[in-house]
Design a protein. Structure first.
Length: 310
């Protein structure tokens, strides 16, 4: 029986994940997001009764022997993991233990402006940060942060971190109906994405019972919103089956990929059998290439292939 370890769980975007909960006793977060699956709790800038790093590492070492086939070790919390006071010691220990596994952290990005946090995160293979809004009013409405956390600081922190981080940086946008599901909010986010240049953008919506009375949007809405985010590697979390798959021609596939690289999930969701044959032909001809970004396969144009090799 583990106190700080959970899983392994199968992740649609990262493979088989062994999770670490750095706040197992209670929710400890500096956000009170409307969509959070955890029960509402008072926002805080610290983790109550944080476990010792050596105790967590002891469990991880034992769990890796029990589950040797995991793909990633995921640092998370019943709240925000970068509030954990021994994160640097823990990260260094996990890097010694991980072997061929990838080290992943899931954070709300609230502390990314802190140079100390940036230096710790630089030691992690995959850093996934939330960015639901880029405007102050939207940020406060959805993420409900501590008063000391400002979206302008988060954005500047993201830009500064990207300049020194050479591993996989993923930004996650979670769309809430009636709040950030608007063109102007997506265009504000695009401006940030263009400056940060993340390796991947995960665009999703509410798919678990939220803490508050808010709703998600449809897959079609997510696809429509993605057009405002520019030519980034956007992985859309498809919730429903499509009403109709499309017989894209080679020319249509190239035009679509020019606007936005298509993920394997996009292809499975919308491409007909004929369209997939055309995609395979384009791959064979070298007009389209495959690229794996932190576990998600994308189809892109050769000239747009990501420059950072993981």
């Amino acid at each position: 029986m583990y106190k700080y370890i959970f899983g392994p769980v199968s992740s649609r975007r990262f493979g088989l994940s062994l999770g670490i909960d750095l706040s197992p006793e209670q929710k400890s977060c500096n956000f009170d997001c409307l969509y959070c699956e955890l029960k509402p709790a008072k926002v805080t800038d610290s983790i109550a009764n944080p476990p010792k790093a050596e105790d967590v590492l002891e469990e991880v070492e034992k769990a890796l022997k029990e589950y040797p086939d995991v793909d990633v070790i995921t640092i998370t919390a019943n709240g925000e993991p970068t509030l954990y006071p021994f994160l640097d010691t823990l990260t260094e220990g996990l890097n010694r233990l991980k072997g061929d596994k990838k080290l992943l952290i899931l954070s709300n990005a609230s502390t990314i402006v802190d140079p100390r946090i940036q230096e710790i995160l630089r030691k992690i293979d995959i850093v996934k940060l939330s960015l639901d809004c880029a405007t102050p009013a939207c940020f406060k409405k959805i993420d409900r942060p501590l008063k000391s956390v400002h979206i302008e600081d988060v954005i500047q922190g993201l830009i500064a971190f990207r300049q020194k981080f050479t591993h996989a940086l993923i930004l996650e946008i979670l769309v809430v109906q009636g709040i950030n599901d608007k063109k102007e909010e997506m265009e504000a986010l695009k401006n940030v994405l263009d400056q940060v240049k993340p390796d991947r953008v995960d665009l999703g919506t509410i798919d678990r019972p939220p803490a508050y009375d808010v709703k998600g949007v449809s897959t079609e809405k997510l696809k429509a919103l993605s057009h405002y985010l520019g030519n980034h590697n956007i992985s859309i979390m498809h919730k429903e089956k499509p009403q109709k798959r499309v017989d894209f021609s080679k020319e249509e596939i190239l035009a679509t990929i020019l606007r936005r690289p298509q993920s394997a999930s996009d292809v499975a969701y919308l491409f007909s059998d004929k369209a997939r044959e055309n995609l395979e032909a384009l791959l064979h001809e070298g007009k389209v290439v495959e690229e794996n970004i932190a576990g998600v396969l994308f189809y892109t144009l050769p000239e747009n292939q990501h420059k950072r090799k993981k």
